[in-house]
Design a protein around this ligand. Structure first.
Ligand SMILES: O=C(O)CCC(=O)C(=O)O
Ligand SMILES: [Fe+2]
Length: 257
């Protein structure tokens, strides 16, 4: 493998991410070791690479374009039509690195190439118990949650699996996932469009922007809430509750609990 590929990685310290650039071989060496002789901030810092496109903001990651030689080693399951393909993201992680619980808006195959990784999943139905902020859950430690701060978290039903070399996990769109690398590992994931292509946000490079209709609906709701502020509290409360009932009646699935 060429040691001159300039790459970038995310470094986690106390749940914070730092972006730095390293030659690819140095990055891999550091990600594979637990204690570093050379490091940026601490000798036990962890490393994470999430590949991106040529233009970080505009281009979509495709391992076949950015790492063509490595891509030859992996067979992406032919499970969807070619036109539905969105991205294939190369991921390398230090042992012990944990990614916060989040959802993505596309169907996904997470393909583990080497190393062990634990994935904890929650259904989209459990969103009310996950304390979401955008696409992320505020509950960082899913094994030992702060229940004083997040009391409803106990209601979220946890699904768990451990991926080993050669395993592929299907993560359906909107399913929450929390990933911890139990060993240094190499993986890739493939996102594909399950909805008609025009439903997705054209400016989405990472597969995590809400579908256009969903973000428009949320904007309209925010405007409705602003409008309610024109009323005194008692009335605002009454009409807000009526709006909730209307949403439940008109938009909820009736086969959900
Ligand atoms: O395995 C990882 O490092 C992250 C996986 C992930 O979040 C994804 O495939 O969407
Ligand atoms: Fe994800």
């Amino acid at each position: 493998m060429c040691g001159c590929i300039d790459s970038w990685y995310k470094l986690y310290i106390n749940k914070y991410l730092y972006f730095r650039t390293l030659p690819f071989d140095v990055f891999v060496r550091r990600a594979a070791e637990v204690k570093h002789k050379e490091y940026f901030l601490t000798e036990d810092e962890k490393y994470y690479l999430r590949s991106v496109g040529e233009d970080v903001r505009k281009d979509i990651a495709d391992i076949r374009k950015q790492f063509p030689i490595l891509a030859e080693d992996v067979n992406i399951p032919e499970y969807f039509e070619k036109e539905q393909f969105f991205s294939s993201v190369f991921r390398i992680s230090s042992a012990g690195l944990q990614l916060w619980t989040h959802y993505d808006v596309m169907d996904n195959f997470l393909i583990q190439v080497t190393g062990k990784k634990r994935v904890v999943l929650y259904s989209p139905q459990d969103a009310p118990y996950l304390y979401l902020s955008g696409t992320k859950s505020e509950v960082l430690d899913v094994d030992n949650p702060n229940l004083e701060k997040y009391p409803l978290f106990v209601k979220a039903k946890r699904y768990q699996c451990v991926l080993e070399a050669g395993d592929v996990l299907f993560i359906p769109a909107l399913w929450f996932h929390n990933v911890i690398s139990e060993e240094f590992g190499v993986a890739l994931n493939v996102f594909w469009k399950h909805l008609p292509a025009e439903s997705y946000d054209k400016t989405d490079t990472y597969g995590n922007k809400d579908p256009m209709a969903a973000s428009r609906a949320i904007q309209i709701l925010d405007r409705a809430l602003k409008t309610l502020e024109e009323l005194p509290e008692e009335y605002r409360d009454f009409y807000a509750r009526r709006m909730v009932l209307r949403i439940q009646e008109k938009a909820y699935r009736n086969d959900y609990g």
